[in-house]
Design a protein around this ligand. Sequence first.
Ligand code: C2E
Ligand code: MG
Ligand code: MG
Ligand code: MG
Length: 292
Amino acid sequence: YCAKRAGGGHAFYRERDDEAARVHLQLAQDLRRDVAGPAMVLHYQPKLDLHTDAVGAVEALVRWQHPVDGLLYPDTFLPIVDETGLMTTLTRNVLTQAMDQCAAWRRAGLKLSVAVNVSADDLESNGFTDLVIGTLRERGLPADALTLEITETTAMENSEPAHRTVRELHHVGIKVSIDDYGTDHSTLAHLHRLLVAGELKLDRRFVMHLETEERSSVIVRSSIQLAHALGMAVVAEGVENAGALAMLRDWGCDTAQGYFISRPQTAENITEWLVASRGYGTTRSSSAPTPA
Ligand code: C2E
Ligand code: MG
Ligand code: MG
Ligand code: MG
């Protein structure tokens, strides 16, 4: 009935497009105001070490506490961050907050390392390695307090500046992880490009259907074997049930992440969760007995 009200189909769609464009423009404007500040908040999701049953690391995931629209998730605003050229500004903010939190955890006796997601823009920007080293050094944190997650698509891009940055990071001992592994078609043929990465994160679309889809389990099992043969550790993301977790354990997967273990939560809540959950102690308390 809207189409009628707008006086015809074309007018209706034009009105809808205008509205979408207006919202988009407004968000871009709000982002410029908020991207470098505390409205960008981090939630943290545990990475469970399946060999020790301890949480040695958490992944920082950004959310935007928008003054009008409430808590916004990355899918709704990262594309705008990207197209407005604000990605490196966001990353600087996220990196600072994540390393502040990491240092606070370590002062409290929780020896966690934190994973931060970075984009192609970051890896191609001048001085990124120095920024990372400086951020760690200012807080007295060692290189292994930080992991940088780059998507497989970014890793596969033919960008010499990005590859140089990854080699530099590797050289100073900062772990690089290949995120969303399995979403890029040309992976096998170009695997040698990923070799300075220490970790492979299997995309959740394979992990989520482990129990029901034979194809998924074949892909996950062989990816674990391949990564191990190449000297990389394997993380499974999107573990949503006990069955998937058991299969991953059986197959020698190193680390698991997903709603079944914990959803991403605020720093405060994840700290409580880490202290309270018996089986999922941090490395410091990993000698405690774990439930069957
Ligand atoms: P990602 O790095 O692959 O992160 C995993 C995403 O899957 C997160 O979504 C997480 O909340 C969600 N997830 C975790 N466990 C499960 C599960 O068991 N089931 C399901 N269905 N989903 C699960 P989120 O937080 O919405 O982040 C989406 C993407 O946005 C991230 O994917 C990452 O690529 C990007 N991102 C997040 N934070 C940052 C950031 O600070 N900087 C940059 N450049 N990108 C970020
Ligand atoms: Mg990630
Ligand atoms: Mg991922
Ligand atoms: Mg993903």
